[in-house]
Design a protein. Structure first.
Length: 185
């Protein structure tokens, strides 16, 4: 091989190594994105208001919440919940809770944390208050039920029990077991 061939081979080899280096430096590596949480579909709302109607479209009840989030197709989670029935439904009860889960078809609400139901009508004209930590509410059937400890206050009278069924439209409360009370004349 001549000196000219050796220099040509060396230049060709240098150009090849240089182009490989340049190609490597310009190549963009694929970035692998890993997520610890799957992308959620659904919605969230601040200051949510849900209206429940009867089969004729008349307003039965109103649910207000400071925050609502759709967790799945058939489950909505609410925070700082307030429920009141319309005057036309003739249900004198208002309910509040820290959180609530509501089915997508609005058939059942599960109220949790500082659940309070109040009524200004009935029971000797005194305000009636029910307190518990968990309550299932069927708003269209006007039924509220729990198997947990419940406290019922009617004016200065107080009852505690384990479990309760309230028929809100009839303004009727049935305590299930372990009933004890305090009645001040």
């Amino acid at each position: 091989m001549t000196a000219r061939g050796i220099i040509g081979t060396f230049l060709l080899l240098t150009a090849t190594v240089g182009s490989l280096y340049l190609a490597q430096s310009l190549r963009t590596d694929e970035v692998e994105i890993t997520s610890t949480e799957a992308v959620r579909s659904g919605f969230y709302l601040r200051t949510a208001r849900i209206l429940g109607t009867d089969i004729n479209g008349k307003l039965l009840y109103e649910i207000e919440a400071d925050f609502a989030e759709q967790l799945s197709d058939d489950l909505i989670e609410l925070q700082n919940v307030r429920i009141k029935y319309s005057a036309g439904s003739k249900v004198p009860w208002k309910l509040t809770a820290d959180t609530a889960s509501i089915s997508g078809d609005l058939e059942l609400l599960e109220l949790r944390g500082n659940v309070i139901a109040t009524s200004a009508e009935g029971f000797s004209g005194n305000i009636t208050e029910i307190r518990t930590q968990y309550l299932k509410l069927d708003p269209k059937q006007f039924r509220a039920e729990t198997d947990l400890r419940v406290q019922v206050r009617i004016g200065s009278r107080s009852l505690t029990a384990t479990g309760m069924l309230a028929l809100l439209q009839e303004n009727q409360i049935t305590l299930k077991s372990n009933v004890s009370g305090k009645f001040v004349p």
